[in-house]
Every structure is written in C-alpha cells, then in structure tokens.
Design a protein around this ligand. Structure first.
Ligand SMILES: [Zn+2]
Length: 192
C-alpha cells in the first residue's frame, strides 16, 4: 500500500513497499512542470507502517524492516539517508496512506475496449445440453425449445383431414365402414 505525505502545496513524498523494495518518490512542482526524484532500496518488507516527522526545514521518513530501521531526510528537493538513531520519535506521526499511486509508478494501462458478446456456444453439462438459436435445452430425452418446435409423435395437422382420410361411410346406408372394407358391414353394399 503506498503512503503519501504532502510537504507543502508543491512537494509530496510517496512511499511504497513492494515485497523486497522500498520506493521513495519525491514529487515537486505543479502540473506540467513536475519533477520527481526516486530512490529505490532493497530493504525487504516493512515490519511497521512508515512514519514521517518534520525536522527543521526538512521532512524525515522512517521505515522499519526486518533488516533494521531506515531513515531518510528530504530537504531542498533531495532525498538522503539519515541516522536512524537521530529519529525524532516525539515528532513522528504515522505516514498517511496515499489516495492515488505515486506518479513515478507505471501508469494504469488504458481500459481495453469491451469485446462484443460471443454467440452462445452449445453447452453440455452431464445429460443436459443447451444451445441457442433456436433456444433449446435437452435433459436426457426431454427437449425444451423456444421459437422452433420439433415434429415428434402424432402429426399435428387439422383433425378433419385425418378423419376424412381414415374413415369412410357407406354410400348406401351411411354406416361407418373401415378404409379397406370392400362391403358395408351393415347393409352389404359394395363400396368400390
Ligand atoms: Zn351400407
């Protein structure tokens, strides 16, 4: 997590610890004419949050790591190491966390444009299968569909055509006869 301390309106200190490195950035100047001094040290991870103290006309920063205590003095736009034994404990305050990353750090990559939605691919889960266009879902031998009906089972044509095709009536007496009957079962009339 980066830390930030504003020395004044035109000078800021950024402090960050990434794994084994401590990165100190001193940014000065306004927008467009900003200058940065960066110090990077292989300190190892911090064991305490960093502290900051104002000493005279400068600012001191302290990091505590497993390898020892490190103190830097920032004065006149320069970062220099200072004697850890001279750390002004009674003037030190915790260094505030930064609202944004130090400007010396790698800028955020521009957001990649959204990829258009890919058409839905058939999806198979166990005995369930889903596919789009037409939207169908199969589970075992059951099929649910939308927008498209698969023909299965009895024909779904008009009932009247089914009746006229499969049923006949005697032209003599009007009794129902079978489609393959040659004689009326009621009156014996020859049908064909
Ligand atoms: Zn008949």
């Amino acid at each position: 997590m980066p830390y930030q301390y504003d020395i004044d309106s035109s000078q800021k200190i950024y402090l960050d610890n990434s794994d084994s490195l401590t990165l100190i950035t001193l940014a000065s100047g306004g927008p467009g004419q900003q200058q940065q001094a960066v110090t990077q040290l292989p300190t190892g991870p911090w064991t305490e949050p960093p502290q900051v103290a104002r000493v005279g006309g400068g600012v001191w920063v302290r990091c505590v790591t497993a390898q020892g205590t490190l103190v830097w003095q920032i004065q006149h736009g320069q970062i220099s190491t200072a004697d850890a034994a001279a750390w002004p404990t009674d003037q030190a305050v915790p260094m505030p966390t930064a609202q944004s990353a130090a400007p010396a750090m790698a800028p955020m990559a521009p957001m990649a444009p959204m990829q258009p939605m890919q058409p839905m691919q058939p999806m198979q889960m166990g005995d369930m299968q889903m596919s789009a266009n037409p939207m169908t879902m199969r589970m075992g031998n059951m099929t649910l569909g939308m927008g498209h009906t698969e023909a299965s089972g009895p024909t779904s044509g008009p009932a009247s055509s089914t009746a006229s095709d499969s049923k006949k009536f005697c032209t003599q007496c009007g009794a129902a006869v079978g489609p393959s009957d040659r004689y009326c079962g009621s009156c014996g009339h020859q049908l064909q």
